[in-house]
Design a protein around this ligand. Structure first.
Ligand code: TYD
Ligand code: MG
Length: 452
């Protein structure tokens, strides 16, 4: 039999190549391909001697998974209602965003509710973790601490201790002596994650893996870790802002797209029960370029302020700077404003920002973005008691979006009294809200700003 040759794996997308290259054909990432030791080809070729697996039908009644509440509502919501035993969770985020802080607080919270918790740090010494816990006022919580990177030892310990929850901080520091490459490499991260996930399922221990994210927003190491686990959470936020958002991007046990909002304080992360009030709290007096977007994150409506600034550009190619929104979306909206509403932005610098460090991914934000842009350009303020939402199509038409009623209800709760929504929106009973339904962007711009 031929000797197995090493393979080359893209750390960004997980594609396997036969030889090294500077650029991955599959995803186009540069410098992302790493050598991987060959898989041993196993003692036997795959053949006749398998075991027949037990099959069942779809109708078999299955009780919903039991859940353990962490006592932190924001975390429970993102997990889909609490921690599911024997589940594997990946928490990703930029270095320094607060993952270790969040998980230490979660561990303490679970431990105080009687869940046996093990916190294994591969990055900090136990003394460091203990000091942080004491600073956070968690010194008395019955969490068992360990500082180790050797996964074989960790698994043996977990097997002996049988905790309800094990936290591994971080997966990139773990290494297995059976894998012939450095910690943090694709092979190590993948093998370590695989061992931990398998262990979780076999022994009924919930595991939370911490993963650092690369600049491009991917878990460093292959994305395969995301496929292996049941739940993927991202902890995100802008540096310089105290808000942190825990976002479920995948959840086998609950809805994805759910968010939990936290605030980083001197005493750790505190939960934010009403994010809308917080994101709008320091809104300036009504100024041109500001529009309030009635958004929905998962099941929860969240109001955010979209700010735009438009100024004559000294540059040949005017600047387009976006924080908290997709820049491609901005280009599209600018093009629609120009083509369908005759409002050109050529020769103008455009700055767009979501206040408070929030990130908005919903297409429903289009209308509020367009409104902020035109408001800034025409120097006309939008009424301060108005919220907007609606997706803009390339034809300039406004498309209805989901959960109109809960958007309006949240706006009404926060003291807003008028809304602009696409025609055919199902507004339901919007108490105290005057809802204006608009068929397209041109009609809205004409009525609101007398422009276009
Ligand atoms: P950390 O949890 O270590 O981040 P990660 O594990 O994601 O790398 O958080 C580090 C940052 O959080 C650090 O810059 C300081 C800040 N911080 C606070 O502001 N308040 C606190 O109580 C704690 C513990 C950290
Ligand atoms: Mg950390």
């Amino acid at each position: 039999m031929a000797k197995p040759s090493p393979t080359f794996t893209c750390t960004a997308c997980g594609a396997v190549h036969r030889k090294w290259a500077g650029r991955c054909d599959a995803c186009g990432a540069w410098n992302s391909i790493a050598e991987e030791a060959p898989l041993s080809s196993g003692p036997k070729a795959l053949g006749a001697k398998g075991r027949t697996i037990a099959l069942s039908d779809l109708a078999t009644e299955e009780a919903p998974p039991p859940r353990t509440s962490s006592g932190m509502d924001e975390l429970d919501r993102v997990l889909g209602g609490g921690l599911v035993p024997a589940s594997a969770i990946l928490v990703g985020g930029d270095p320094g965003i607060g993952k270790s802080t969040l998980l230490l607080q979660a561990a303490a919270s679970f431990a105080n509710r009687g869940v046996k918790c093990l916190y294994i740090s591969g990055e900090e010494a136990s003394a460091q973790v203990r000091m942080r816990a004491q600073r956070l006022g968690l010194g008395q919580a019955p969490v068992a601490l360990g500082a180790e990177t050797n996964l074989r030892d960790i698994l043996t310990t977990l097997d002996a201790e049988r905790p309800g929850l094990a936290i591994i901080d971080s997966i990139q520091t773990m290494w297995l002596d059976t894998v012939d490459s450095a910690p943090g490499s694709v092979a190590q991260v993948r093998a370590s994650a695989h061992e931990l996930v398998t262990f979780a399922k076999r022994r009924g221990v919930a595991v939370i893996l911490v993963g650092h994210v690369t600049k491009e927003g991917q878990i460093a190491g292959p994305r395969v870790v995301e496929h292996m686990v049941d739940t993927v959470l991202y902890f995100e936020g802008e540096r310089g802002h105290q808000f942190r958002i825990l976002r479920a991007v995948k959840n086998r046990f609950g809805p994805a797209d759910e968010i939990g909002v936290f605030e980083m304080t001197g005493a750790g992360l505190s939960q934010v029960a009403n994010p809308s009030a917080l994101f709008l709290s320091d809104r300036d007096t009504p100024a041109p370029g500001s529009a309030v977007f009635a958004g929905v994150e998962g099941t929860r409506p969240v109001l955010t302020e979209i700010q735009a600034l438009v100024a004559p550009s000294p540059l040949g190619t005017p600047r387009r700077t976006v924080v908290g929104l997709d820049s491609g979306r901005l280009s599209t909206i600018l093009a629609v404003l120009e083509a369908r509403c005759a409002i050109p932005f050529a020769g103008l610098d455009v700055f767009l920002n979501v206040a408070g460090g929030m990130r908005v991914n919903e297409p429903a934000a289009d209308l509020a973005v367009a409104a902020a842009l035109v408001s800034a350009r025409e120097d006309v303020a939008i009424p301060p008691d108005m919220v907007l939402f609606g997706e803009i199509s390339l034809s300039g038409a406004l498309r209805p979006v989901t959960q109109t009623e809960s958007r309006l209800k949240e706006a009404s709760k926060l003291g807003f009294s008028q809304a602009v929504a696409p025609s055919r929106s199902k507004t339901g009973q919007a108490e105290g809200m005057r809802v204006r339904q608009m068929p397209d962007l041109a009609a809205f711009v004409g009525e609101m700003f007398g422009a276009g």
